[in-house]
Design a protein around this ligand. Structure first.
Ligand code: IFM
Length: 471
């Protein structure tokens, strides 16, 4: 938002009706986006360290070498999290920090960092919620074929077992993968994310091997946990697909988008099968899911919780702007239609009602308890003369989405928590440090952290909703 754009008025924090006292409130981050210390204490390069060095891959050639320097600021950052009054902190482990090179024994120094973080969190009564894989595949495993290669799924399960063995005594909440759609499609089809490959059939192989990796890792973790308390799940990025009109072409476009964006993950995870229509769509595009005997049983490992990352819903048309129903390759058109709606700095439409719709659909079709493991927005923040960051646009976004969650709960969706993305501004992948998603501002020159107005609103809203007295 710049000086000429009027800021919306700031919302006062109020108790959100319909959210119970035990509703989980959190903030989320991921390793490569905040840690820095890319070459310290034995960490080896991930695909993102490599990708950031590819000319033109990331805005201004930025990278995560220092990021928010979280590796060296754990105590300060946990203090910050505690000040927000959240009960949960979702973060990811860097695979190449814990198991350098993607194979062999654990790196004690890498583990020590996470033990320190977890102990600091426990010291402040904050529940750690671990994600095992938030996109930082050890480079050696990409060199050996990456996610399109089946072996990567087995390497992931070994890493998961190793991480659980070291940290399982202190952490109950484990997520295997973050947004496998992004790993597969952005990494291996469009190539806008690491490792930057552009081969659709390989992306589809990656989908299957990511899901297989999830299933194998889940089995290893459950076996290791025995009777110890464990909440195990996976996080998907999910949205909604709405047809532009009631035409058959538009409805088909939605079916295809929903198939490749959601059902290809949810159906095998929950029902143990890939959707037939999606398999047929893939065949038309020369791609195949490389399923072997027993894989689907493995993938359909019990899920205690489904993590939902939600940012926007999409309107789809089955025709080009010229009215054609086939593209240049003779494939049916699936076109996202731009609406006249408010947008974030990512140019994503703001559609909180779609979150209610999504949660009700997940309840109806899949029936697994959900937690919103990410929701939030990038805006072009400005710092006021007094140092404050009056981000009323972000506050409104978060408030509207929390209300959407409450509305879904009231209509029967079993949604148990909400984590704001993100705790602080950080490395936004191909956008570098350009897009700021934090509720806390980071000054990358000084590494100073400043609560934006949205962070204060979030803190006060949590307190009022829980009904706890002001400190
Ligand atoms: O920053 C990302 C995060 O790593 C994964 N989910 C979407 C966020 C915003 O793009």
């Amino acid at each position: 938002m710049n000086a000429t754009t009027p800021q919306p008025l700031s919302l006062p924090p109020v108790a959100v009706p319909g959210l119970p006292a035990d509703f989980r409130w959190g903030v989320a981050t991921s390793a490569y986006q905040i840690e820095g210390a890319a070459a310290e204490d034995g960490r080896t390069p991930s695909i993102w360290d490599t990708f950031c060095r590819v000319p033109g891959a990331v805005i201004r050639g930025e990278h995560g070498d220092v990021a928010c320097d979280h590796y060296h600021r754990v105590a300060e950052d946990v203090e910050l999290i505690a000040g927000l009054g959240v009960d949960t902190y979702r973060f990811s482990l860097a695979w190449p920090r814990i198991q350098p090179g993607g194979g062999g024994p654990a790196n004690a120094k890498g583990l020590d960092f996470y033990k320190r973080l977890i102990d600091e969190l426990h010291g402040k009564n904050i529940t750690p919620w671990i994600t095992l894989y938030h996109w930082d595949l050890p480079q050696e495993l990409e060199d050996a074929g990456g996610w399109p290669a089946r072996d990567t799924a087995y390497r992931f399960a070994d890493y998961a077992a190793l991480a659980y063995e070291a940290l399982g005594d202190r952490v109950e909440h484990w997520t295997t993968l973050n947004e496998p759609w992004c790993s597969a499609m952005l990494g291996y089809d469009s190539g806008v994310h690491a490792p930057g490959r552009t081969h659709f059939p390989d992306a589809i192989r990656a989908v299957h091997h990511l899901l297989l990796g999830h299933g194998l890792a889940s089995r290893r973790i459950r076996e290791a946990a025995g009777d110890n308390p464990l909440e195990l799940g996976i996080t998907l990025n999910l949205g909604t697909a709405t047809p532009e009109t009631d035409s058959e072409a538009d409805r088909e476009a939605c079916r295809r988008a929903d198939g490749l964006g959601r059902r290809i993950y949810l159906d095998p995870l929950v029902h143990g099968r890939y959707p037939e229509d999606v398999v047929a769509d893939l065949a038309r595009r020369g791609a195949q899911l490389p399923v072997r005997d027993g894989d689907l049983e493995t993938i359909a490992a019990p899920l205690d919780v489904l993590g939902v990352n939600f940012y926007s819903g999409t309107l789809f048309s089955g025709t080009t702007e010229d009215g054609a129903t086939e593209d240049a390759d003779g494939l049916p058109v699936t076109r996202g239609v731009r609406r006249d709606l408010p947008r974030t700095a990512m140019d994503w439409e703001i559609t909180p009602g779609s979150l209610t719709e999504l949660l009700l659909r997940l309840e109806r079709d899949y029936g697994v308890p959900t937690v919103i493991t990410e929701n939030g927005a990038a805006f072009d923040d400005t710092v006021a003369a007094d140092g404050s960051v009056p981000d009323a646009d972000r506050t409104a976004y978060v408030a509207d989405h929390i209300a959407a969650v409450a509305a879904a709960r009231e209509r029967g969706a079993d949604v148990r928590g909400y984590f704001a993305w993100s705790l602080m501004d950080n490395f936004e992948w191909a956008y570098g440090y350009d897009k700021r998603f934090g509720i806390v501002r980071v000054d990358y020159d000084t590494q100073a952290r400043t609560l934006k107005d949205s962070a204060k609103w979030y803190r006060d809203t949590i307190r009022l909703t829980r009904g706890t007295p002001a400190p």
